[in-house]
Write a protein that binds this ligand. Structure first.
Ligand SMILES: *Cc1c(COP(=O)(O)O)cnc(C)c1O
Ligand SMILES: [Zn+2]
Length: 426
């Protein structure tokens, strides 16, 4: 097949195994999610980590031995944007460290990827696989960011993007899908309704379904954030080319990002490129409680509970990659933490005003999680922590204005009427 280290897929529910290319969707036996497998022992023997860390190509495609596609072949003829996905900055949060008395806090800012969210990693991988497999239409359900990313990556690589989004999708994300030429269906319902409609349309029209939890290639794109974090930490220290932090904190909706970032570290560990695994902490919205309740009950089955949080990126009624998210947290010794809407809005202002980093509410959940984990002693102040930031604040400016309008935090909010300038407060 395309990549000599990629050995196939295993179903995370029933354990059935499939050869590369045998299936590109959910498990044909039970409908469960598939997880791509590789020969890590051979990667460890045959691939020089230094060659990847020092490659002049800084995109996700330099991790080719860990990928289920052959980037050189799949992206031949594609525009540059899809070939430049990756290498988002790892920012040392020095002012937050000082305030919390912590020693090493890093922000992995994926708001600075091409479509301004983490989802570029997944959509780029899916589009590359679509080209490789000759698929011309890719459909996805999304709360906004996955679809915006799919629209961008499709625009510069060929396939037609078809998108199903809930009516609550912020205008910023919607405008991205439209301007990049995707066909957009605004569903009169929730994200979970969009997921169902997208699956039905794919079954009917033969489109390839990119939706989270159905398409095994999204996690393969998302894991590149984990690979990059370890490489950037290695470079910061100047020792081994890859290095793991003590803890990673990730906002969680469907659970595909946390399971992906965790997979990146698991792979480096399996190849012998890092010495230990970081602990993973998942942060869910209090107003999207399905995954958190399953975690508390110690089960991997999820009730459908209507989500009402303003944090669109993590607003799910039932997580579509929940079991893998729970395993990422449980197997590494972390826990799940909940964040309220008010806490996320306050965290947005905090990150923006302490570090100059502008994030959307879902993303700010990671910062809420860190504050709580430090307060409760789950993470010690001397530990090194990475916050996975997932989306730019410009995606959802209504929430940003709501956060900034909090009277306790804003200074000098100003309203301009036709001829007068009136200061609300100074
Ligand atoms: C999608 C998304 C998440 C959550 O990712 P899941 O894979 O659904 O857990 C978090 N933040 C933002 C901004 C997102 O777009
Ligand atoms: Zn199965």
């Amino acid at each position: 097949m395309s990549n000599s280290f990629h050995t196939g897929f295993v179903c995370v529910s029933c354990g059935a195994r499939f050869a590369p290319g045998q299936t590109d969707g959910a498990c044909p036996a039970c409908g469960g999610n598939l997880d791509a497998t590789y020969d890590y022992a051979r990667i460890g023997r045959e691939v020089d980590p230094r060659a990847i860390a020092d490659a002049t190509d800084r995109s996700i495609w330099r991790f080719a031995p860990f990928l289920p596609v052959d980037p050189a072949r799949a992206l031949d003829g594609a525009g540059d944007v899809i070939r430049q996905v990756g290498n988002s900055p790892l920012i040392r949060a020095r002012r937050l460290e000082a305030r919390l008395g912590a020693q090493a806090i890093w922000l992995k800012d994926d708001g600075r990827l091409p479509s301004a969210s983490f989802k570029d990693r997944a959509s780029a991988m899916v589009v590359a696989r679509a080209i490789e497999a000759g698929r011309t239409v890719i459909a996805t359900a999304s709360s906004g960011n996955a679809a915006a990313a799919l629209a961008v990556m499709s625009a510069c690589a060929g396939p037609q993007a078809v998108i199903f989004v809930p009516r609550t999708t912020p205008e910023g994300k919607l405008s991205q899908m439209l301007i990049h030429g995707a066909r957009v269906y605004v569903v009169d319902g929730t994200y979970d309704d969009a997921v169902r409609m997208c699956a039905e349309a794919c079954a009917k029209f033969g489109w390839w379904n990119r939706s989270t939890g159905v398409n095994p290639f999204t996690r393969e794109g998302k894991k590149t954030a984990g690979l990059e974090i370890a490489e950037q930490l290695g470079r910061a220290e100047g020792g081994a080319p890859f290095r793991a932090p003590d803890a990673v904190i990730v906002p969680v909706g469907d659970g595909n990002i946390i399971s992906g970032v965790c997979k990146g570290f698991r792979e480096l560990f399996a190849a012998g490129w890092i010495e230990a695994m970081p602990r993973f902490y998942g942060v869910t919205a209090t107003l999207a409680p399905s995954l958190y309740r399953a975690w508390q009950a110690g089960v991997e089955t999820f009730d459908l509970i209507e989500a009402t949080t303003i944090a669109g990126g993590i607003s799910v009624d039932r997580p579509n990659d929940g079991a893998m998210a729970i395993r990422a947290v449980r197997d590494t010794g972390g826990i799940f933490i909940e964040a309220t809407d008010a806490e996320m809005l306050a965290a947005m202002s905090d990150l923006a005003q302490s570090e100059g980093v502008f994030v959307e509410p879902a993303c700010a959940a990671a910062w809420v999680g860190l504050e709580k984990a430090l307060t409760n002693g789950l993470i010690r102040p001397d530990e090194e922590v990475v916050l996975q930031l997932t989306g730019s604040g410009l995606k959802d400016i209504r929430s940003a204005l709501a956060a900034a309008a909090d009277p306790g935090r804003s200074v000098g909010a100003m309203t301009l009427t036709r001829s007068r300038c009136k200061f609300d407060q100074v």
